[in-house]
Each structure stands twice: as structure tokens, then as C-alpha cells.
Design a protein around this ligand. Sequence first.
Ligand code: GTP
Length: 319
Amino acid sequence: MSVPAVILVGGEGTRLRPLTESIPKPMLPLLDRPLLSYTFDHLRSGGVDRAVLACGYLPTAIEEFFGDRYDGLALEYRTEPEPLGTGGGIRFAAGDIDRTFIALNGDSLREIDIRALLEFHRIRRAQATILLTRVDDPARYGLVRTDTRGRVTGFVEKPPPEEIDTDLINAGMYVLEPEVLERIPRGRPVSIEREIFPALVEEGTLYACPLPGYWLDVGTPASYLQAHLDLLRRSRSVQVDGSALLGRDTILLPPVTIAPGAEIGSGTTVGPFVHVGHDARIGDRASLRLSAVLPSSELPADTRLARAIVAPGIGALHP
Ligand code: GTP
């Protein structure tokens, strides 16, 4: 049976300013595709066929781009009159959903088995199940403690080193029963993580499921750059669109991707680990590595960049 999803895309993305001043975070390009399209692909791979977008900040940009369908995924949009937080946003957008559904942050990249998550939730007859992911640096996040069956016993926010006894963190994706919606107060901001989940822990109906697979929260310029580098690492090749213009003596070191209409000057070295977005222009004798050049950006001749995001009208950011 198919399962609907509510995707939270309403946040202002303040940590990604100035990139998010005119583009909402879910629409930031990642290898020339909106970040949100990767989430759509992930949901499709798990059998989800309907997604409601819980919008807030710059909603029109999202709806105008995607419309009402993305590759077999029916899309709906609900915009909060004022920010309602993660819990309030889920309740506001869920509307008539009356069966088990998935709720997730729309700004993370995930490649985990959604069907395995749903199965875990069903077998335990949970009210809510949090997807957990393993990280190298758990101190930066909130930890989720569970018993051996996966029942959540408590949360620890940004713990001191001596209290770190797990490397599993909340991956921003939940399976929820519709009854959980009624527990979210209406008309004011509510955090599902801080207000609703602790109440479910008291009742013993909140579970958490660790699953392997890629996960990255794209919340900061550093993680946005990391998302590019991770995707480039997989390709290992040099991919140049046929409509891109390369100058004389341009050197491309893999992995590199050059999108349609991009122009690279003579004597410029691009790579390793560089994406150049569509219609971007890089001047002569420049050198770029470990960087993302967003569509329509311009870089003058002789620029030398490493670990940068280049955005149109903004220039180079060094996260
Ligand atoms: P920062 O301002 O940089 O913290 O980013 P953010 O506003 O996106 O906040 P955060 O990354 O903590 O948000 C997690 C997820 O919840 C993101 O997918 C946001 O779009 C979403 N979100 C946060 N607050 C709201 C809200 O009030 N309403 C809705 N609909 N979504 C929200």
C-alpha cells in the first residue's frame, strides 16, 4: 500500500544566507537540480506517490518550478500563514491524511530503505518512528537513546563528551500515525522534536530505527559544498555538456562536471572535484578545485579558488 509524505520546506534557511535570500533552501541547485528533487527521487524509490509540501518561506518558487507532479509523485502545497515550526507545519499540511504517513525535513539528502523503515514501524505498532543515522561527530547533534527493541528512552541535546554513548542521531525523517496529528496544538509554533516526541517517550510509543545509507543535512554552506563533493566523488569522471565552451589549453581534472552553456577560459584548470553550473563563466588562467560554481555565476580571469561556493551576484563563499 502506498504511503503519503509531508515534506517540511518552510524554513528560512538563515544559516545559508546570503544564498537563501532570494532562493528557498529546497530550490538551491545541487549539480544543477534543485535540492528538493533528490528528496522526491528518494521518496519515489520507497513507493511514495503523494507528497504534501509544508511551505512557508518563498513558497511560490517551489510550486512554480515543480507544479503538481514529479515523476509519478503527486505534489500538493500548503503554505502556513506564519511559521508553525516542524510539528505545526506537519499538522497544517497533513490536512486529510488519515493513515500512516511519512514526515520529513526537505533539506537533507538520504539514501536509506524507506520500506525497511515502514516495516520496522508496523512490526512495533509504534505511534511514531524516527529514522536514525550514524555520524562521526555526534556531539554536534541531538542524540536519541533507545532500548534493544528500538523504543526511545530519551533525548540528549548537544551532550558533553562524557555523556556520548551513541553515534545515532535523528535523520529528520519520521513515520507517523494520524493520531499523532491530533496531539499537535493548533495555532502556534510547535516543534515535533522538542514537544511532541518527548510526550510519546513518556507513553512508550515512540521508536527509532537505525538504517545504513548516505545521509547529509544540507543546513550550512559547508554541508552544501559537501553535498556537491559527495555527488562528484561518485562520478569519478569528466562530464562536459556538448554546449559548453572550453578555451584553449583548459585542463579538466576529474571528477568534474560542466553543465550546458558554461564557458571556461583559456589556460584555466578546473578540478578535481568541481561542478560548473549552466551558463556560468570562468575567465582565463583561473584555477578551481573542490568547489561548486552555481548556474550563471561569473568568475574573473586569474581567480584561484579552493573549497568555495560561487553564486551569481554574490561571488565566492568560503565555508
Ligand atoms: P536555519 O534558519 O538555517 O536553521 O534553517 P531552517 O529554517 O530550514 O531550519 P531547520 O534547518 O532547523 O529546519 C528543518 C526543516 O524544517 C527544514 O526542512 C525547514 O524547511 C523546515 N522548517 C523549519 N521551520 C519550519 C516552519 O515553521 N514551517 C515549515 N513548514 N517548515 C519548517
